[in-house]
Design a protein around this ligand. Structure first.
Ligand code: SF4
Ligand code: SF4
Length: 442
C-alpha cells in the first residue's frame, strides 16, 4: 500500500497515460498561420499593439493591458499581421485575436534579453520579467503568475508549492517536462522563491511518475530548501486545495485563497516558462501539449506554438485514427468538447484528446439518489444539491451550501451513473455568482 500523502475523497479514473508517458517531447514545426487570442488568462483582456499589415518579430509583444490582473501576449512566429478579428476560444467564447502569417524567418525581436545569472536579479526584476513574458498558470488555471508573485502586504507568504501532479487521465505534458528538463523546473522554482522572498518550496508529484520524482530529486540535490514530495495517485490531487492539504496538512478557508494561509501554488510548466523568460529572454510563445486518445494515430507530447490550430496539432500526431466522435481540449474530466478544429492552442492548453466514442455522454437521466457524487467530492460538498439549486436559479442558496468551495474537478460528474451534468450546472452557478459580485463592485 502506498504511504504517499493525499487528501480525503477523490476518484481513481483509468489513466491511459501509457499512450504518451514514455514518449519524448517532439517539437512541432511552426504553422503557416497563428491566431493569438488577446485573452488567454484570468483578468482583463489585452488590447492589440499591432495593426493589419504590420511586420512582427518572433517574441514581439503584440497585446497588453494596463490592468494589474492581466498578461501580455506575444508573436509566436515572425511574419505579417493578416487580421485583428474576433475568434472562438476553446470555451466557445468569442474574443479578439491577432492573426499572423508566418514568414518562416524566425526573426527574433530585439527586445529579447537573456539574464543568465539568477543571483544578479532582485525580486522586483524577476516579477517584471515574468509579467513582461506573459506567463500565466500553465496547468490550466491561467492566473497571471506575476500577480501570484506579488501578494498584498498583509499576506505573508512562507511556502511555494510547485504542482507536478498532472492527475487527469491521458495528460502527460508535465510528466515529460519533469523527466526531460528537471533543471528548468528547479531554476524556475528558485526564481519564484526569490521573487516571493521565501526559503521553502515543495514540488508535489504523484507516485505514478517515479521517473519524474527521481529526476527532480537529482536536480534539487544542491538545493536543500526545495523538497520533492511524492503524493498518492488520485484525482484531483492536482487541484490547489487538495495539493496544499496533502503536502502541508493545512486547509485553505472555504471562501479564501492559498495566500490566506501563506502559500503560493504554481505548476511545473509555469516554473519552466519562468526559467525560459529569465535565462533566454523568450516570452511565453509555446507550450507542451499532449495530443492523445484512441482517435489519434500516433499520440504525442508536442511542443506547439501558441496560436496553432488544434487540427494541425492533431495532424502532427499522425492525424485521425478512425472516425472521431469527440475532440476535447484539456483532460477528459474538466476539458471542453470542440466542434471546430481551427480553434487555436492557448497558454492553458494541456491536451488535445480525440475519441471514437463519446467520453462525455450527452443524455442525462434522472438522479437515482445513490450518493456517489457526495462520497467522492474532495471539497465535502453535496454536488447533486448544488446542481439542483443551480438548475432552478437559486444561486444564493447554493453559495450558502458551499458552492464557492467547489474546485471544479468534475469527479461528481465522472461517477454519476445517471450521467447528470453536475459540473456544468455548478460551473454555471459559480459564473452567475461571480458576475453578480463583479457588478456589485464595479
Ligand atoms: S462539487 Fe465541485 S469539487 Fe465536488 S466533486 Fe463536483 S466538481 Fe469536484
Ligand atoms: S451520483 Fe448522480 S445519481 Fe447518484 S446521487 Fe449524485 S446526481 Fe444522483
Amino acid at each position: 500500500m502506498s504511504t504517499a500523502r493525499t487528501f480525503r475523497g477523490g476518484i481513481h479514473p483509468v489513466g491511459y497515460k501509457e499512450l504518451t508517458s514514455g514518449k519524448a517531447i517532439v517539437t512541432m514545426p511552426a504553422p503557416a498561420e497563428v491566431t493569438v487570442l488577446l485573452k488567454q488568462h484570468v483578468g482583463a483582456p489585452c488590447k492589440p499593439l499591432v495593426k493589419k499589415g504590420d511586420v512582427v518579430n518572433k517574441g514581439q509583444k503584440i497585446g497588453d493591458s494596463d490592468e494589474f490582473i492581466s498578461a501580455p501576449v506575444h508573436a509566436p512566429v515572425s511574419g505579417v499581421v493578416k487580421a485583428i478579428q474576433p475568434c472562438k476560444d476553446p470555451s466557445g467564447s468569442i474574443v479578439q485575436a491577432v492573426v499572423i502569417e508566418n514568414d518562416g524567418e524566425e526573426r527574433l525581436d530585439p527586445s529579447i534579453e537573456p539574464h543568465p545569472d539568477l543571483d544578479q536579479l532582485d525580486a522586483e526584476t524577476i516579477k517584471s520579467i515574468v509579467r513582461e513574458a506573459g506567463i500565466v498558470g500553465l496547468g490550466g488555471a491561467t492566473f497571471p503568475t506575476h500577480v501570484k508573485l506579488s501578494p498584498p502586504p498583509d499576506k505573508k507568504i512562507e511556502t511555494l508549492i510547485v504542482n507536478g501532479c498532472e492527475c487527469e487521465p491521458y495528460l502527460t505534458c508535465d510528466h515529460r517536462l519533469m523527466v526531460e528538463q528537471p533543471e528548468r523546473v528547479v531554476f524556475g522554482t528558485r526564481a519564484m522563491m526569490k521573487a516571493l522572498g521565501i526559503k521553502q518550496a515543495y514540488i508535489g508529484i504523484e507516485d505514478n511518475k517515479p521517473d519524474a520524482i527521481a529526476a527532480l530529486n537529482k536536480a534539487t540535490a544542491d538545493y536543500p530548501d526545495i523538497e520533492v514530495v511524492p503524493l498518492k495517485y488520485k484525482y484531483p490531487q492536482g487541484c490547489e486545495r487538495q495539493l496544499i492539504t496533502a503536502i502541508t496538512g493545512k486547509q485553505v478557508p472555504a471562501n479564501g485563497l492559498p495566500m490566506d494561509i501563506g502559500i503560493v501554488v504554481n505548476n511545473v510548466e509555469t516554473a519552466a516558462a519562468v526559467q525560459t523568460a529569465i535565462e533566454t529572454g523568450m516570452p511565453l510563445i509555446e507550450r507542451v501539449v499532449t495530443v492523445s486518445g484512441e482517435g489519434v494515430k500516433n499520440p504525442q507530447n508536442l511542443l506547439v506554438r501558441i496560436g496553432t490550430p488544434i487540427g494541425e496539432a492533431i495532424e502532427a500526431a499522425g492525424g485521425f485514427n478512425g472516425s472521431p466522435k469527440q475532440v476535447i481540449i484539456g483532460g477528459p474530466l474538466t476539458g471542453v468538447t470542440q466542434s471546430d478544429l481551427s480553434v487555436p492552442v492557448t497558454k492553458c492548453n494541456t491536451g488535445i484528446l480525440v475519441f471514437n466514442e463519446l467520453k462525455k455522454p450527452n443524455k442525462p437521466e434522472p438522479c437515482i439518489r445513490c450518493g456517489r457524487c457526495v462520497d467522492v467530492c474532495p471539497a465535502f460538498l453535496l454536488p447533486v444539491t448544488l446542481a439542483n439549486l443551480s438548475d432552478i436559479g437559486q444561486f444564493d442558496k447554493a453559495v450558502e451550501m458551499g458552492l464557492l468551495s467547489c474546485v471544479e474537478c468534475g469527479s461528481c460528474s465522472y461517477v454519476c451513473p445517471a450521467h447528470r451534468f453536475l459540473l456544468q450546472s455548478i460551473q454555471l452557478a459559480k459564473q452567475e455568482v461571480e458576475a453578480k459580485s463583479y457588478k456589485k463592485t464595479s
